[in-house]
Design a protein around this ligand. Sequence first.
Ligand code: DAH
Length: 356
Amino acid sequence: MDGIAELRAKYLEEIGAASGADALEAVRLAALGKKGEISLKMRELGRMTPEERQVAGPALNALKDEIDAALRARKAALEDAALDERLKAEWLDVTLPGRPRPHGTIHPVSQVTEEMAAIFADMGFAVAEGPQIETDWYNFDALNIAPEHPARQEHDTFFLHRDAGDNRPPHVLRTHTSPVQIRAMQDQGAPIRVIAPGRVYRMDMDLTHTPMFHQIEGLAIDRDITMANLKWVLEEFFSAFFGQRVKTRFRASHFPFTEPSAEVDIQCSWVGGQLKVGEGDGWMEVLGSGMVHPHVLRAGGIDPDEWQGFAFGMGIDRMAMLKYGIPDLRAFFESDLRWLRHYGFGALEAPTLHAG
Ligand code: DAH
């Protein structure tokens, strides 16, 4: 039959030259599509004599199979090439080091607050909270600090502005965390064991004072709690906090919200300008405490004939300075990045009781 060799040569060349899936499909249609050249030739077989058909049939079938196979091979080759291209373009070196992301540090005050909460939690104290803007009732009256009491002046209180004719009770920025005692007693009743860390405010600014600082309050009320329990709790706390046995010394003092009241010192040495807690024969005052005054229990809705307990209040910032050897209180709140990087803690340095 005429033309088979030419068709074969023509289509094999076109298949070889097809540079993409679309071009290849066009070649397939031109050769083997319904109206393709080879398909039309095969239709002509019907009009041939049996003798002619016996020669042309197998030859055409062979051509069709060969072109079909060539099309498929070319298609596979084009797909492989496309995949190679993609692999080259999208290649990724998984051994490259990661891009560093900027990360901050945990402020020493946050770290120390967490450390303290972990130690007290181990002794059964839950964390309580209260607002930083308080009524003067919670901040003073409920704590047995009468309006004319000198403690109100001593606290250098920030009062919130009131327009003339605004008769709401005066609000203050809380001067201590003690008002959280009242709120916790009102919320939970007795028995109760809470600590309350948080910000407090006083109009004070010098080397060792900032107008905002941090305190942690403690409160334990039950039927038979005494000063002995207070001393045990505080010595356990300081020993866990400083990682070694720390002795405490109680000195009689006065606070309106406790009776009796005591200031508590911890043992320390002061050698060559180096302060060391838990050794030597020096003492440093670190907190105020006492047995909660009956008036304060009553303000918290608790019957003082049935319940009694202790309270204490301590500065957090100062404890952070002592534990981590940070010299200047004011630098705590200046947000100097170099200071924060130096004294800050990593996110994985979460305080635990089993870490040293
Ligand atoms: N609120 C006191 C202060 O700010 C500290 C304090 C002393 C708290 C004795 C107490 C306490 O709970 O019992 O100076």
